[in-house]
Design a protein around this ligand. Structure first.
Ligand code: NOJ
Length: 480
């Protein structure tokens, strides 16, 4: 069967994050994170589940590695649970149990020829640091620097690809501006922008430390991962097109512009809109904090790659925000999403718009100085079942467009990562929403993991290094 050959330099992997899979929320000397706290309060999670046990990967990580071997991946992206390693949030105390766990995981991956790609921060801030203001406190940049240095020292001899922070937009808007993610600050119109600035400064400190103190001896790379779901006008009307440009700048540009553009700083369009709205609303200054000139310079160029997460494209029309929640991020954009007639998974977040990933990749190429793009998440949700041919179809179509972006448009893409290795705790949606290539049986105390059709499809893509649009995967009778 003919197919499209994958470029030789494109590495293929899968991803998870600590809170979503590890469980063992209070084992040994681990202290609570903001997600432990959020999940232990009633009614915060749609199906009232928690990540207390999740996939129990803290105990079953060797089985996770067997699944990675089954797939044949080049790398595994996972994250460090901050309070498992450093129980009081600062680095003066290291947990020996936490250290053993991550050493074992990393060593076992390397022994099996699977490269560890490590996310330092995938949303699980130590509650102690939250009590001190969390992402709203500018000092967090220094706390994060210390944390990052701790990680480079402990694992940098073996970990060569570091991700500082996963999806700043989600942390800032959903966690600080709203109450959808921990820590549920809900200080809309203000909290998200304070967090945005402090997250960027924290990231930059972690990158500079790597660059100055570790790069020479450890010889790896360090960068940020930005949620890059894309936006398009709901019509070709100039107003809608402008609205979609604003949406992209508020969602992606807010984080990419300070780091990847030649001028640095937050994007002009965002600065202008938030300043005008703030004035109109009687604030004495813009709700979007400013960077000093030194900070602008300090941030520029602080990512060795563009970490790119992508699920869908949203369609925008220019419209006033229909809510009394003002000031807010969405009111500042001044646009609303229009539902279009595309096939989707369970949620809006997984509407199938394959061309959108190609557009998003080209936007990154054109506005971020043609960076090395590492796709660190791409995936499709469902309510379960092994026979997930709609997920296969999503992956197949998106992959086809990624290859167009590489071959026709010249995007420099060096990694592709499927989200996720297995079903896991999907934040406020709980355990009901599934993204796994492997199904996890939560009723089984051993959390049996079974490959879905999508796992078989991905395994075939990896082993043949060819995208075959006609290949139909058949379930295999195997479990882990
Ligand atoms: C983005 C996040 O990084 C990840 O934790 C989450 O599970 C997926 N998207 C799916 O929503």
């Amino acid at each position: 069967m003919a197919g499209r050959k994958l470029p030789n330099n494109l590495k293929l992997g899968v991803a998870t994050s600590a809170y979503q899979i590890e469980g063992a929320w209070n084992s040994d000397d681990k202290t609570p994170s903001i997600w432990d706290v959020m999940c232990h309060q009633p009614n915060n999670i749609e199906d009232n589940t928690t990540g207390d046990d999740a996939c129990k990967s803290y105990y079953f990580y060797k089985r996770d590695i067997d699944m990675l071997k089954f797939l044949g991946v080049d790398f595994y992206r996972f994250s460090i649970n901050w309070t498992r390693l450093f129980p009081n949030g600062f680095t003066n105390i290291t947990s020996s149990a936490g250290l053993d766990y991550y050493n074992n995981l990393i060593n076992e991956l390397l022994a099996n020829n699977i490269e560890p790609v490590v996310t330092m921060y995938h949303w699980d801030l130590p509650q102690k640091l939250q009590d001190l203001g969390g992402w709203a406190n500018p000092l967090i940049a220094y706390w994060f620097e210390d944390y990052a240095r701790g990680l480079y020292k402990l694992f940098g001899d073996r970990v060569k690809t570091w991700i500082t922070i996963n999806e700043p937009h989600q942390i800032a808007v959903f966690g600080c501006g709203m109450d959808m993610l921990a820590p549920r600050i809900n200080c809309h119109g203000i909290g998200e922008y304070l967090a945005a600035k402090n997250i960027l400064m924290a990231h930059a400190r972690a990158w500079h430390i790597y660059d100055e103190e570790f790069r020479k001896s450890q010889n790896g790379v360090c960068g940020i991962v930005i949620a890059s779901d894309f936006a398009q006008g709901a019509t070709n009307n100039i107003k809608d097109v402008e609205a979609s440009v604003d949406a992209v700048e508020f969602h992606i540009g807010l984080y990419s512009h300070p780091i990847f553009s030649s001028d640095g700083d937050f994007p002009e369009r965002v600065k202008r809109r938030v300043a005008a709205k703030s004035l109109e609303q009687g604030y004495p200054r813009s709700r979007l904090p400013e960077f000093t000139n030194d900070e602008i310079e300090y941030l520029k160029g602080t990512s060795d790659f563009f970490g790119f997460n992508h699920y869908t494209t949203y369609f925008y029309t220019r419209a006033n925000y229909e809510s009394s929640i003002i000031p807010s991020f969405y009111d500042d954009i001044g646009a609303k999403i229009v539902e279009m007639n595309f096939e989707k998974g369970v949620t809006f977040q997984c509407t199938i718009v394959p061309k959108g990933i190609r557009r998003a990749l080209n936007w990154v190429k054109d506005t971020c100085n043609n960076p090395n793009i590492m796709i660190f998440e791409n995936g499709f949700d469902s309510y379960g079942g092994l026979n997930d041919l709609n997920r296969v179809s999503y992956y197949r179509q998106y992959f086809d467009d990624i290859l167009d972006a590489i071959e026709i448009d010249g995007c420099n893409i060096t990694r592709y990562t499927a989200w996720s290795l297995m079903d896991n705790f999907e934040w406020a949606s709980g355990s009901r929403l599934k993204f796994g290539l492997f199904q996890v049986d939560y009723d089984d105390e051993n959390r049996k993991r079974s490959p879905r059709c999508s796992a078989i499809w991905y395994k075939q893509l990896i082993s043949t290094r060819t995208l075959n649009l006609n290949y139909v995967p058949l379930l295999e009778d195997i479990c882990f």
